[in-house]
Design a protein around this ligand. Structure first.
Ligand SMILES: Nc1ncnc2c1ncn2[C@@H]1O[C@H](COP(=O)(O)OP(=O)(O)OP(=O)(O)O)[C@@H](O)[C@H]1O
Length: 373
């Protein structure tokens, strides 16, 4: 772990619900999360686990039927002029403050499908320039010059010509580069990438991830990835947060989550991750389905799907247990209680993870060195 890490986001006990015709959906249940300057965290979990809702709350972008019932999302920064440390709770800001202070300017988001974030009727140039003119009151000339710079940064050649193009004239990979350029146009400190490569083919996916990593290094950005894809996580993340039914059930460094996972849900996710040696037919799927969050969850929400569930799981929600000898690894499972029976991860997964370790995966910095070295 790096010394003198500078915390930029601190989420504590965040609870979010949505009013629906089927009742109140408790989508995010007591989430704690930290993000430090220049670092990358990933939030992983099955569909509906609350990944997007959590990060949308960070942007102050919850749907109209949603509300933050309790908790805080502190954003920390140093004042541009005085250098003084400042803190704001994003949950307490008005829409106007969110628009002028946070969204785009301090925290920007890249969504899965570039076509949904680009305006099909507006040229690329205009779409990159507008936020700068709005947020920073840049003149047209300044915004134009910066837009060219940004297009270069995201690896788009012939930038002047591209500025005049409309989104449909570009390939999927190029469009995602444009979306990244727009996200970076107001020099945010945090970039949230929601499944940024899912809609792209595999070779383009790798290029976009590399691009985000390059830019991150150049600009000391902090990045949050939301993804189903543990392969993406392995390539990019420093820290991983595993989410299930609105809760973070395991958190740790990438090595801890990939080589020493403790939560049976994390075991399931890792077992169901495709790799080059696995025939798709052999892939494991976690049995059952996540709970309906419109109903109150009693005990551990994962218990009905957990072959290792204990009696207490049916009655009480487990707290976060610290894994001994680690400052970063925590697990919400009663199996971590000192009096719990000792349960090891499934043998097939152990073998799989050992094989990955031998191969030097996860290879999140793009190098060929083994982790932990
Ligand atoms: N506007 C809404 N109204 C009602 N329920 C909602 C709304 N938005 C999200 N939810 C519910 O909140 C829960 C968490 O959704 P969320 O989109 O955060 O999941 P996710 O982990 O990001 O899934 P995915 O990977 O599919 O995007 C789900 O049960 C979802 O149905």
């Amino acid at each position: 772990m790096k010394e003198n890490r500078e915390r930029i986001l601190k989420i504590r006990d965040l609870n979010i619900s949505f009013k629906t015709t089927g009742g109140k959906v408790h989508a995010v249940r007591g989430v704690n999360l930290d993000l430090y300057k220049g670092e990358t965290i990933a939030i992983v979990g099955e569909s509906g686990s609350g990944k997007s809702v959590t990060t949308k709350a960070v942007m102050g972008l919850l749907a109209n039927n949603g509300s933050i019932d309790s908790g805080s999302i502190e954003y920390h920064w140093n004042d541009e002029y005085t250098g003084e440390p400042k803190t704001v709770d994003i949950c307490q800001l008005s829409e106007k403050e969110l628009q002028s202070e946070i969204r785009g300017r301090k925290i920007a988001m890249v969504f899965q499908d570039p076509m949904t974030s680009l305006n099909p009727t507006m040229t690329i140039g205009k779409q990159i320039m507008e936020p700068m003119m709005y947020h920073y009151k840049k003149s047209k000339q300044e915004a134009y010059a910066k837009a060219l710079e940004l297009l270069e940064l995201v690896g788009i050649t012939d930038a002047k010509k591209r500025m005049k193009n409309y989104p449909h004239q570009l390939s999927g990979g190029m469009r995602q580069r444009i979306v990244i350029a727009i996200a970076l146009s107001c020099d945010p400190y945090v970039l949230i990438c929601d499944e940024p490569t899912t809609a792209l083919d595999v070779t383009i996916q790798a290029k976009i991830l590399e691009l985000i990593q390059d830019i991150q290094k150049k600009k000391e950005l902090s990045v949050i990835y939301i993804t189903h894809d543990l392969g993406v996580v392995a390539k990019v993340a420093d820290y991983v947060n595993v989410m299930y039914a609105g809760k973070i059930v395991e958190t740790g460094t990438i090595d801890e989550i990939f080589y020493d996972p403790r939560h049976p849900y994390t075991w399931g996710l890792l077992s169901s991750m495709p790799d080059l040696d696995t025939d798709d037919d052999e892939l494991y799927t976690i049995p059952g389905t996540p709970p309906n969050l419109a109903h109150e969850v009693k005990g551990d929400a994962f218990a009905p799907r957990n072959e290792f569930a204990l009696n207490i799981d049916l009655r009480e929600d487990p707290p976060m247990f610290k894994v001994p000898d680690s400052d970063s690894h925590q697990v919400a499972s009663w199996l971590m209680h000192p009096n719990a029976p000792k349960v090891d991860m499934p043998e097939a997964l152990r073998k799989r993870l050992d094989k990955m370790k031998q191969k030097g995966e996860p290879n999140h910095d793009g190098s060929t060195t083994h982790l932990g070295s």
